[in-house]
Design a protein around this ligand. Structure first.
Ligand SMILES: C[S@@+](CC[C@H](N)C(=O)[O-])C[C@H]1O[C@@H](n2cnc3c(N)ncnc32)[C@H](O)[C@@H]1O
Length: 281
């Protein structure tokens, strides 16, 4: 979906809620390379959290008894396998699914090198068709926030179906507090090559708030040297403990535990993140 510059001026300034931008972001051949680099970068938490936090999370999920040796785990949106590989070391049988072939290829090479038996699948997690296969489904780093309520409910029903009876869904969501603290993006820059493109391009970055829907949009308009314009939209639906609990209940889950981080930080209202373990009922 490309525009020319003049078409930009005929669009509404504030896009309608959850109107999609470019269909390819995670699996774009160039951008996915930048994302993989970001997943592995230990200087920021741009695409994945840093290794020490990931290790803390895996340790916490095991010591708290939520995950145990022998469990069958489905890691949805596994990226380059930073959690899957550690869960495999702890004796779990892991399936990792991700849209990005770049990340899945990296994860497969690492698994081969380390002798890990992990089933990495390059697929859209909306296409999963499991039925009662998993003790736990993991979805880390707010992936569920990126969907409209309708799509989220579809995903929750697929997760519910994939779990064994009494299985557990472990994930995290961002809160409105996080985005209020970070503020709305609004800047432009000319780049010689970077995250979005290998060559010279213009980036117009703008944030939009939809407070009545607890939703934010980070929009990136990328203009290439030939004046082709592409619009990328990263939507984020925030949750409070109340809204995520009600959502889960409607989808057949019961919240068993909540924290401020998957590494076990005690829950307090007003935190940036809410981590949840929800039992299939
Ligand atoms: C924010 S990253 C988190 C990756 C990983 N969970 C972590 O924390 O290291 C989100 C991941 O979800 C994947 N993803 C996004 N939409 C997807 C979809 N529809 N199906 C499968 N994977 C998807 C992306 O490719 C990306 O690897």
């Amino acid at each position: 979906m490309s525009y020319n510059l003049s078409a930009i001026f005929s669009q509404p300034l504030k896009p309608p809620l959850f109107e999609p931008g470019e269909p390819r972001f995670w699996d774009d051949p160039y951008i996915s390379k930048s994302i993989l680099k970001a997943h592995l970068d230990q200087n920021h938490d741009g695409a994945s959290r840093r290794n020490d936090e990931i290790e803390k999370t895996v340790r916490y999920l095991i010591t708290s008894g939520l995950l145990k040796t022998g469990d069958r785990i489905l890691d949805l949106g596994c990226g380059p396998g930073l959690y899957s590989s550690r869960l495999c070391i702890e004796g779990m049988k892991v399936t990792g699914i991700d849209l990005s072939l770049r990340s899945i290829d990296y994860a497969r090479v690492q698994a081969e090198k380390d002798g890990h038996n992990i089933d990495y699948v390059c697929a859209d997690f909306f296409d999963i068709n499991y039925e009662g296969n998993f003790d736990a489904v993991l979805q880390v780093y707010g992936e569920i926030c990126t969907f409209s309520e309708e799509k989220r409910d579809v995903l929750l029903s697929l997760i519910h179906r994939a779990l064994k009876d009494n299985g557990i869904f472990i994930f995290d969501v961002s809160t409105r507090e996080l985005h209020t603290r970070e503020g709305l993006k609004n800047r432009w820059y000319l780049s010689e090559g970077g995250f979005w493109r290998p060559g010279r391009h213009l980036v117009l970055e703008e944030g939009f708030d939809y407070p009545e829907n607890d939703t934010w949009l980070n929009q990136y308009i990328i203009v290439d040297e030939d004046e082709t314009v592409k619009v990328y939209r990263l939507w984020l639906h925030d949750y409070s403990f109340e809204t995520i609990s009600t959502t889960l209940e409607k989808s057949g889950f019961k919240v068993e535990q909540a924290w401020n981080s998957l590494s076990g930080e005690l829950y307090r209202k007003g935190g940036d993140w809410i981590a949840i373990a929800a039992r299939k009922v």
